[in-house]
Design a protein around this ligand. Structure first.
Ligand code: GTP
Length: 304
């Protein structure tokens, strides 16, 4: 997991190194007797705790905005506390205030960023919990769940889509379906092996689960094909979601030529007689997906 954050880690380490070099450039070493060892011990402990937060974040979090907040927050703490510790062994001329600012300002800013990140993490966790609660209702029926990704399978999707189509007709509310295919996945399997492919599918399913809302339903429709059913959603929102997922995937796997091909079916009230049931809708989406792949379009939008 930490490899995903290599760019951030290198950039941050460089910044810290530059600040330390600057401190040695500006400051002079204090004589031994002037070092307050108890104070230093406290500062070393604080620095180690902040550094361990940073390690935990890079080892356990996928790339994304919430991780960026958490990373930036904890890095600023590490930055501030490192310079604070240097302050114990270096003394700076009274006329130069720069080191004092670099020591003092990043810590409170880091706290604020960390708080934003924790709020995001909290929201994410609530969304996952909600998904888990809904899933729990169906756990006894193992046929409905895909054993690898623990997402719903096509049988459950079909049942819910039939119900949603009925509601859509009765209540005339917008409804969209996003079908996504991972292009280049068989190549990924060949290069890295089936186990790595399985891991990829599991991670991708988690990414989908994080990105969608409480009312959305995510299913693994076939091997590398996923469907998100988006009630009360216009096609434009589904397109934004698709774009967002594309970006996440590019960041996550920049070195592999894996891409998403998507189809958005927007069920319009006017044309609803064209699509009678879930089976017909899924067949149409599969057909449009094949067409999008043939024309190398990233996304096909169809109103039915
Ligand atoms: N690791 C792994 N691979 C799977 C699983 N289910 C299906 N696959 C593989 O997924 C691939 C799906 O085939 P394709 O849709 O032709 O793969 P693709 O390379 O993405 O081809 P295009 O979508 O046409 O670009 C096949 O290589 C399957 O072996 C699974 O559970 N785990």
């Amino acid at each position: 997991m930490w490899r995903q954050h290599l760019d951030k880690l290198c950039g941050s380490l460089l910044l810290l190194l530059l600040a330390i070099l600057l401190a040695f450039q500006i400051g002079d070493l204090k004589a031994d007797g002037r070092v307050d060892w108890w104070d230093s011990l406290g500062e070393i402990t604080t620095l180690l705790v902040a550094a361990s937060w940073l390690c935990l974040i890079v080892c356990s979090r996928p790339r994304g905005p919430v991780t960026n907040w958490l990373f930036a927050g904890s890095f600023l703490l590490v930055f501030s506390y490192s310079l604070d510790l240097l302050d114990e062994v270096l003394s700076y001329p009274d006329s130069i205030r720069l080191m004092s600012w670099l020591e003092s300002f990043p810590a409170p800013l880091g706290m604020v960023l960390l708080t934003f990140g924790l709020l995001g993490w909290h929201r994410e966790q609530l969304a996952i919990n909600r998904q888990l609660q809904v899933r729990e209702l169906f756990l006894r029926d193992h046929q409905l769940l895909d054993p690898l990704t623990q997402l719903y399978g096509p049988l459950y999707l079909q049942a819910v889509l039939d119900r949603e189509l009925e509601l859509h007709r009765q209540q005339q509310q917008p409804l969209s379906l996003l079908m996504l295919d991972i292009s280049g996945f068989s190549d990924y399997n060949r290069r890295f092996g089936i186990a790595a492919g399985d891991h990829f599918l599991t991670q991708f399913s988690e990414l989908l689960t994080h990105q969608l809302r409480q009312r959305d339903l995510i299913c693994r429709y076939a091997g590398d094909c996923f469907v998100a059913l988006l009630p009360q959603t216009e096609a434009a929102t589904a397109q934004v979601l698709n774009r967002h997922l594309q970006q996440q995937l590019q960041q996550w796997l920049p070195e592999h030529s894996i891409e998403l091909t998507g189809v958005v079916l927007e069920f319009s009230i006017k044309h609803h007689q064209l699509i009678q049931n879930a089976e017909a809708a899924l067949q149409l989406a599969s057909k449009e997906l094949a067409r999008a792949k043939a024309t190398t379009a990233a996304l096909q939008v169809v109103t039915v």
